[in-house]
Design a protein around this ligand. Structure first.
Ligand code: ZN
Length: 190
């Protein structure tokens, strides 16, 4: 899939971040996103911008609600790396887009320390399914299916939650959640 992203590139080449990232407690992060029905040029352009915004934010996934659009789509790339000599250079880029995704199968359990571009500075261990099967549509509306495990399965579950108005810390106990939300809002004011 080519979204005008090369396999290796300097982050400078992408220019400024094209989309603003919304952070907690933006209402769009708490909203259930709408199904996508039009697979047109404007959707392609939006996805391109999301991919650029994801790399410029050094994230492995970004969901449309995080950039203020309440639609069922996210982008991810769990395979890219930073060049050893220069961490402004991305290597092995292979961005993917997931539209109208649903999990059709899940099994096992895994715990991983997650972060989120909408909660900068907060990292917490979250329990999720170890393996998943996800069906989705690609940028042209074609139906696809992916089986994922490891970091990819974690990332896909985290991003799908965003489309359902769920942020990762809501996977934690109510006590921990309110502690983290308060901590985040306090730091944000500074
Ligand atoms: Zn997130």
């Amino acid at each position: 899939m080519n979204f005008e992203i090369k396999n290796t590139f300097n982050l400078d080449e992408l220019g400024p971040k094209p989309l603003k990232i919304y952070t907690y407690p933006a209402p769009v992060l708490k909203t259930i996103a709408k199904e996508i029905t039009e697979f047109d040029q404007s959707l392609k352009e939006f996805v391109s911008k999301m991919i650029k915004t994801m790399y410029l934010s050094r994230g492995i996934g970004l969901a449309a609600p995080q950039v203020g659009e309440s639609i069922r789509l996210f982008v991810s790339d769990i395979n890219f790396d930073f060049d050893e000599e220069n961490d402004e250079v991305i290597i092995n880029a292979s961005p993917e887009v997931f539209i109208n995704p649903i999990i059709t199968k899940k099994s096992g359990e895994t715990i991983y320390e997650e972060g989120c571009l909408s909660f900068p500075g907060i990292y917490e261990k979250v329990k999720r399914a170890e393996k998943i099967t996800m069906s989705f549509q690609d940028i042209n509306g074609n139906k696809k299916e992916i089986e994922a495990d490891g970091l990819e399965a974690i990332c896909l579950q985290h991003e799908l939650d965003h489309l359902n108005g769920i942020v990762f810390i809501e996977k934690l106990s109510p006590l921990k959640q309110s502690f983290l939300k308060k901590k985040f809002l306090k730091n944000k004011k500074k």
